[in-house]
Design a protein. Structure first.
Length: 177
């Protein structure tokens, strides 16, 4: 039995059990056994897939979202995560550090679903596109800080000297420069 194919059909493609059984020529009993085995062996990977699926569902209805399906989004996410080495695109903080910070710092506050993991961030929000070229993974803090106000280039400049950047922007808007 090709367990990788089974894994992808079940957890990534979310295919129905009957379809998986028919495609792989297995019984429902075998299906249940394989699913239970994978649940135990690849628990953390399955949790990541579920979290990324949630991100996908939260974004897929937005204007400018151009990932074809969850599978393409998930592959992009995995690749981007590897490229960024599990760190925020902007501040370079590791996701595991952010998760620990959230756990310790906000332990007595209302639980939120956001914050512990890297989030989808548009490098340039002016074109409103959620696609491979325009998206990166950012921590909760940078994602909220950058918001839709700054383009990537501006935000990186802002991070170097926040007060100086804001003063410069103010002066430009008031015709002082």
């Amino acid at each position: 039995m090709d367990t990788e194919n089974f894994f992808e059909k079940l957890f990534i493609n979310s295919e129905l059990a009957d379809d998986i059984c028919r495609d792989l020529n297995i019984s429902r009993k075998e299906y249940s056994e394989y699913a239970k085995q994978l649940d135990n062996e690849r628990k953390s990977e399955i949790e990541i897939i579920r979290r990324v699926r949630s991100l996908y569902h939260n974004k897929k209805e937005l204007e400018g979202f151009s990932f074809q399906n969850f599978n393409s989004f998930y592959k992009w996410y995995r690749t981007q995560y590897q490229i960024q080495e599990g760190k925020c695109y902007y501040c370079k903080t590791e996701e595991r550090v952010i998760a620990i910070l959230f756990e310790k710092k906000f332990k007595n506050r209302k639980r939120t679903t956001r914050g512990r993991h890297l989030e989808i961030e548009r490098r340039d929000s002016t074109d409103n596109l959620y696609n491979e070229e325009n998206c990166v993974l950012a921590c909760y803090f940078c994602n909220n800080d950058k918001s839709d106000i700054f383009e990537e280039r501006e935000y990186l400049e802002y991070l170097k000297d926040r007060k100086g950047f804001l003063t410069s922007q103010f002066e430009k808007l008031n015709g002082n420069k």
